[in-house]
Ligand binder design. Structure first.
Ligand code: FAD
Length: 581
């Protein structure tokens, strides 16, 4: 959780906390001599506490136009922090132990990187070096959102492309350039077909198929865009566990790539810094492995597939809405997603999405992570959502991101919001499932995250709200059930059950962040653009490292556009890099 403290931000502080060598950065870009305290600060109150902002908040930290990327610095005690590999300093030639030649360098081997590496090496002749800074790439996802393709046609699910692109742009409130969503609309179906071919080439027996999603609610469109994955080799747990199949998929794609004659896949190897001819082409990068720094000359281009910055708390706090990142649980199992691609792209003149950056936020959060459905706790998520006062604050059947936003809008950015349920929500369970649920719930009580009581008044005392307020709120909700109409939040009451019986349960229920989805703005061929919208030759970005696609929140009511973007942009960037275009 973030601290609610008054902190003095500095440029050095931002860079240091973001994991970048601050002294080196200061020397390299003329920041040497900045005082360690901002000279002119203004206290700004916000819901989560008090922050102090640098007077130069909207000046550039990088030596290029960066469309007002701020240098807000807040320390963080979040533990889920990966190692940032990006370095701003000039790395002396004396530290570079060797030079390697390749055609295409792919940085990152998550979903996007493994797809880009396969696509770039498809011609059998282009030499592709794919480097991953962790010991393995780990994708977390269940499905991908696409428009068209064979599996959609076979299932008779025809989505109108123009309508779909409009839904995506609407979700971003039209704060996006034209090309990225157009690229997804035009080529995601083709990319999905290509992906099935790569699975057929691999050993994982992975099949893609159309999966019907939840219907529209509360004015959010729910287009049927989901392509899901299955394999005879996966356990039921793998497919059910939120995002678990993604790990198997990335492993399969990376394995297929590594077997190609023109492929070179290396783990524990990081891209550190891009190399660009003065204002011209990106020629390669400085990378690092256990032997030290080495130069990679990439004659056809570099593809940044380094993901988002969900594992970099300082960047989250600097680039996202305070409310989104103050009281949230981080559930980003990939600790390698530390924003390296965004930082190194900015450093050579790349254009970053405007701020605040968009997050993929859900509810179902606890103080350290995510309530997985596999734990047996699902029945307790069937009741109502209440805030610190014991009052409902949103419809419980909203899309994930809307529930998460409503949580963050409560006192202290959702520090004490609850899921409240009762015997009614457990009534339909078989004995074994009921036992499993109660055992899991008691585990939460031991952690101090949940309470059980035999009356609402007793529960109110335990969670620290007024008993009459809570009793009145539950009675009001039960009356909505009788009337089949939620007068407060317009929840569909058909599936709702009353809060009543001989036992009542409250579990802490916070917002979670799964990923960030803002990055370097790209054109229709996935080239990174500069701030004058000119292509930076030789540099591509795809997936979580790329931008121009989302704004505000990730639109979870549309199924899988993030993975749809990873696959489509990975495929397209690889295709163009291989041609040297
Ligand atoms: C639980 C969960 C469920 C999800 N479900 C879905 C879903 O169903 N549908 C959907 O659309 N999205 C989903 N998402 C989001 C989705 O997982 C991500 O958007 C997607 O995986 C991003 O892929 P990526 O390859 O671009 O980035 P990443 O998966 O983050 O991969 C980037 C890779 O680059 C490496 N890297 C970083 N820096 C460097 C460097 N300097 N040098 C070398 N390597 C580097 C990282 O270690 C990492 O392996 C889910 C996320 C979570 C957490």
């Amino acid at each position: 959780m973030g601290k609610h403290e008054c902190l003095e931000p500095t440029r050095r502080g931002f860079l240091k906390a973001a994991g970048v060598s601050a002294l080196a950065a200061a020397g390299a870009f003329g920041l040497a001599g900045c005082s360690s305290q901002a000279s002119n600060t203004a206290a700004v109150k916000n819901a989560g506490g008090v922050g102090r902002f640098n007077a130069d908040l909207y000046t550039d930290v990088f030596p290029v136009k960066t469309r007002n990327i701020p240098v807000l610095d807040l320390e963080s005690d979040l533990t889920r922090t990966g190692n940032v590999a990006f370095e701003m300093r000039d790395i002396p030639e004396s530290e570079i132990v060797r030079t390697e030649e390749t055609d295409v360098l792919v940085a990152g081997c998550g979903l996007t990187g493994s797809v880009a590496a396969l696509s770039a090496s498809d011609d059998g002749t282009t030499q592709v070096l794919c480097i991953e800074k962790m010991d393995v790439g780990r994708g977390m996802f269940e499905g991908m959102g696409v428009v068209g393709g064979k599996k959609m046609e076979e299932a008779g699910n025809i989505v109108d492309k123009a309508e779909m692109m409009d839904v995506m742009r609407f979700a971003a409130q039209y704060r996006v350039p034209v090309d990225p969503i157009k690229l997804w609309g035009d080529r995601s179906g083709e990319a999905a077909d290509w992906l099935q071919e790569k699975f057929d080439e691999g050993e994982g027996q992975i099949q893609t198929y159309f999966k019907a999603g939840t219907p529209a609610s509360h004015g959010y469109a729910a287009p049927q865009t989901e392509i899901a994955f299955k394999s005879e080799q996966w356990s039921e747990q793998t497919t059910k566990n939120a995002g678990g199949a993604g790990i198997m998929i990335v492993a399969d794609l990376a394995n297929t790539f590594s077997k190609r004659a023109n492929a070179d896949l290396r783990y524990k190897t990081a891209i550190v810094k891009l190399e660009r001819e003065d204002g011209g082409r990106v020629t390669g990068a400085i990378c690092k492995d256990e032997s030290g720094y080495f130069r990679v000359n990439a004659s056809k281009g570099v593809i940044l597939a380094t993901g988002g910055f969900e594992a970099n708390p300082t960047m989250l706090k600097s680039w996202c809405r305070t409310e989104d990142v103050t009281n949230y649980a981080s559930w980003a199992p990939n600790t390698g997603a530390t924003g390296d691609g965004q930082l190194m792209g900015l450093a050579i003149g790349g254009q970053m999405d405007p701020l605040p950056a968009a997050v993929m936020n859900f509810d179902f959060g606890n103080p350290t992570g995510f309530y997985s459905g596999a734990t047996g706790l699902s029945p307790f998520l069937g009741g109502i959502m209440i805030n610190e006062k014991g009052v409902r604050f949103c419809a419980e059947d909203l899309p994930f991101q809307a529930r998460s936003n409503a949580i963050s809008a409560q006192q202290g950015c959702g520090a004490r919001t609850w899921r409240l349920s009762s015997s009614t929500q457990l009534a339909s369970l078989e004995d074994a499932a009921r036992e499993k649920a109660l055992t899991a719930f008691d585990g939460l009580i031991e952690k101090g995250w949940a309470f059980r009581a035999s009356s609402l008044a007793e529960l109110a005392e335990k969670i620290g709200c007024d008993a009459k307020t809570l009793e009145d709120e539950c009675a009001r909700f039960n009356a909505f059930k009788d009337a089949s109409k939620d007068d407060d939040f317009n929840r569909n009451m058909a599936k709702a059950t009353k809060i009543e019986g001989d036992e009542f349960f409250a579990m802490i229920h916070q917002s979670t962040i799964l990923a960030t989805v803002s990055g370097l703005v790209v054109d229709y061929n996935c080239h990174v653009l500069d701030y004058d919208n000119n292509v930076i030759e030789g540099l591509y970005a795809a997936g979580g490292a790329s931008g121009g696609f989302f704004s505000g929140n990730y639109p979870r009511h549309i199924f899988g556009p993030s993975v749809g973007r990873c696959v489509t942009f990975g495929y397209v960037s690889g295709e163009h890099a291989a041609k040297g275009e």
